[in-house]
Design a protein around this ligand. Structure first.
Ligand SMILES: NC(=O)c1ccc[n+]([C@@H]2O[C@H](COP(=O)([O-])OP(=O)(O)OC[C@H]3O[C@@H](n4cnc5c(N)ncnc54)[C@H](OP(=O)(O)O)[C@@H]3O)[C@@H](O)[C@H]2O)c1
Length: 323
């Protein structure tokens, strides 16, 4: 099969298209023929080994797994003998740690895989799971409900667009922070208030919130502490300058009444099924910025690495498939 491979850590140019063996599903696995996948920030981080610590998982000197790509949507090509939930021809979507920048991927039937939401295109379905699963993991401990308030900082990114919709679903009052060009989009996702950070600093508007969620790793507890209510929570998606966020999270467990939390992504079937349900109820949609053919993965990756994408960047495999 055709796949995008890399054999050393480095810039987007280390990626190249190659013919590789098609994976064979184990007894408990599903082989998915991929129509659409995405390039996300984790793909970039693993490829560049921006944080050296990631090499402990991906290979110290060179990548152990040659194919990146986490999210995908496509159809079931084959199933292992023990698979009962999926059958050949089913339309599915999901996410796993690697392997989706290819024509086929194998995933356990118990993994983060579900039937594609009714009425959703393959392009949209591929762009659902990563940002939304990260946002869910980050927001889970924040006790979001009616009467609680949250600021989503970086509301126009993949995690941010997901967080606005999820916080709204949970009933919280959502203040979204983004730049001028994204104000209307973010409002359409359900934000109660939108702050254009090019015109206003939310930390200086005199208001306080129960939760500040930095969905793009560009804010800080230091800057937003005074905007938090007593008992408030600052949630980060990033390790921060010199990886200080985990230490701050530890320290604020014991010191002060405002907490710092570092969200760690986990991808589960339960969360994918939850998202499918929200999508089918019309309460969640994937925001797509640009689409590229798989062959243009380097160009797509360079765009993702500008840090300025709106929502998600999709790759189509063999031309994709609309529905
Ligand atoms: N915790 C985990 O397990 C995990 C896993 C993967 C990724 N991450 C992290 O999750 C974060 C978000 O990833 P993502 O894919 O959602 O990001 P993204 O889509 O690349 O975010 C880009 C968006 O953020 C906006 N933005 C950029 N700078 C901003 C600023 N200073 N203030 C407000 N908005 C700004 C950009 O619009 P404008 O520039 O036009 O404002 C753009 O729309 C990253 O920090 C990434 O490292 C965490």
């Amino acid at each position: 099969m055709k796949a995008v491979v890399y054999d050393r850590y480095g810039p987007p140019e280390v990626l190249r298209l190659e013919e590789v063996a098609r994976p064979v599903p184990a007894d408990d696995e599903v082989l998915v023929k991929i129509h659409t996948t995405t390039v996300n920030r984790t793909d970039s981080g693993l490829r560049s080994a921006e944080y050296f610590v990631s090499r402990f998982f991906t290979g110290l000197l060179r990548p152990k797994r040659r194919i990146l790509g986490m999210e995908f949507a496509g159809e079931v090509e084959a199933v292992g003998a023990a698979v009962t939930e999926f059958a050949v021809g089913d339309h599915v979507f999901g996410v796993k740690g690697w392997g989706a920048h290819a024509e086929f991927v194998c995933i356990r039937d118990s993994g983060a895989l579900a039937h594609k939401p009714a009425g959703m295109s393959f392009e949209e379905a591929a762009a659902v799971c990563d940002g939304a699963c990260i946002a869910l993991c980050c927001l889970r401990g924040a006790d979001l409900r009616e009467g609680r308030s949250i600021v989503v900082y970086g509301a126009s990114g993949s995690v941010g667009t997901a967080a606005v919709q999820l916080a709204r679903h949970f009933g919280a009052h959502v203040t979204a922070v983004c730049d001028t060009r994204h104000v209307e989009l973010v409002r359409s996702l359900g934000a109660d208030e939108v702050v254009d950070y090019l015109r206003e600093d939310f930390t200086k508007n005199g208001k306080t919130y129960d939760v500040v969620f930095d969905a793009v790793g560009k804010h800080s507890f230091r800057r937003s502490r005074r905007s938090l209510n007593p008992g408030g929570m600052f949630i980060d998606t990033d390790l921060g300058f010199m990886s200080h966020v985990p230490l701050l999270a530890l320290a604020t467990r014991w010191i002060g009444d405002k907490k710092v939390v570092l969200g760690i992504a986990r991808y589960t079937k339960k969360d994918v099924l939850f998202l499918k349900e929200l999508i089918e109820k019309g309460e969640y949609r994937a925001v797509i910025d640009r689409r590229y053919p798989l062959e243009d993965v380097i160009e797509a990756t360079k765009y993702v690495e500008t840090g300025q994408k709106t929502g998600n960047v999709v790759l189509t495999v063999n031309g994709g498939r609309p529905r």
